[in-house]
Write a protein that binds this ligand. Structure first.
Ligand SMILES: N[C@@H](CCC(=O)N[C@@H](CS)C(=O)NCC(=O)O)C(=O)O
Length: 200
């Protein structure tokens, strides 16, 4: 198997962290892929032309980071990152969905800011800034006073917040949520996070 992805995408990082936590890095190496160059291998693997895409699974080619993460989680039990059933499964999935929404909004904001002069919409930029701030607020409220386990939700959350640090300093989320910043800084010490950090 191999994972097609870029070194800067938070969606790809989420899959890479899951792969690392499951000790599957040698079995599922990353093949650096820039989606904006439309490489034929990526277009064949994902009709949407986005990364990540997973090639060579026993059920064929997979795309979408959440689907890829769930498939990788099914490959072994060490550790299980998505509870199989019960309330905890829904809590983890909700946390993952909020983080995915922050990533979607953050990535769209980056794309908007790369448009030609005069084509950038300040209204959309502001709408996305507000959505990212509300997303972080929801994450902070949910994690407040807890010691969250390593799971699909916390991995997605860490990748989303780290992406805001990387691409969106204007959000200044650390000032508003110091407890969350402490949590991320601690989580970021994990080897899976250190080895997948975007290039400086
Ligand atoms: N929902 C997708 C989103 C993936 C995504 O948007 N990836 C970006 C990189 S951060 C991409 O490939 N963009 C290329 C494009 O939009 O054409 C997932 O979770 O995998």
């Amino acid at each position: 198997m191999k994972l097609l992805g870029s070194l800067t995408s938070p969606f790809v990082r989420q899959a890479r962290v899951v792969i690392a936590e499951k000790q599957l890095t040698e079995r599922i190496p990353l093949v650096e892929t820039n989606p904006f160059e439309n490489p034929p291998e990526l277009l064949a693997a994902n009709p949407l032309g986005k990364v990540p895409a997973l090639i060579g699974s026993e059920i064929g080619t997979l795309h979408d980071s959440r689907l890829i993460c769930e498939y990788i989680d099914s490959l072994n039990e060490q550790p299980r990152l998505l509870p199989a059933a019960g309330d905890e499964r829904w809590r983890v999935l909700l946390r993952q969905a909020t983080a995915a929404g922050v990533m979607d909004t953050a990535a769209a904001h980056v794309m908007e800011s790369r448009r030609a002069d005069g084509m950038i919409s300040p209204q959309w930029q502001e709408r996305r800034n507000m959505a990212m701030r509300r997303g972080v607020q929801a994450i902070a409220d949910e994690l407040h006073g807890t010691s969250p386990a390593l799971d699909m939700g916390t991995i997605a959350t860490a990748c989303a917040l780290a992406y805001l640090d990387f691409r969106h300093p204007q959000i200044s989320w650390r000032q508003d949520h110091p407890e969350l910043a402490v949590w991320l800084d601690d989580f970021a010490q994990r080897e899976s996070m250190r080895t997948t950090a975007p290039p400086a």
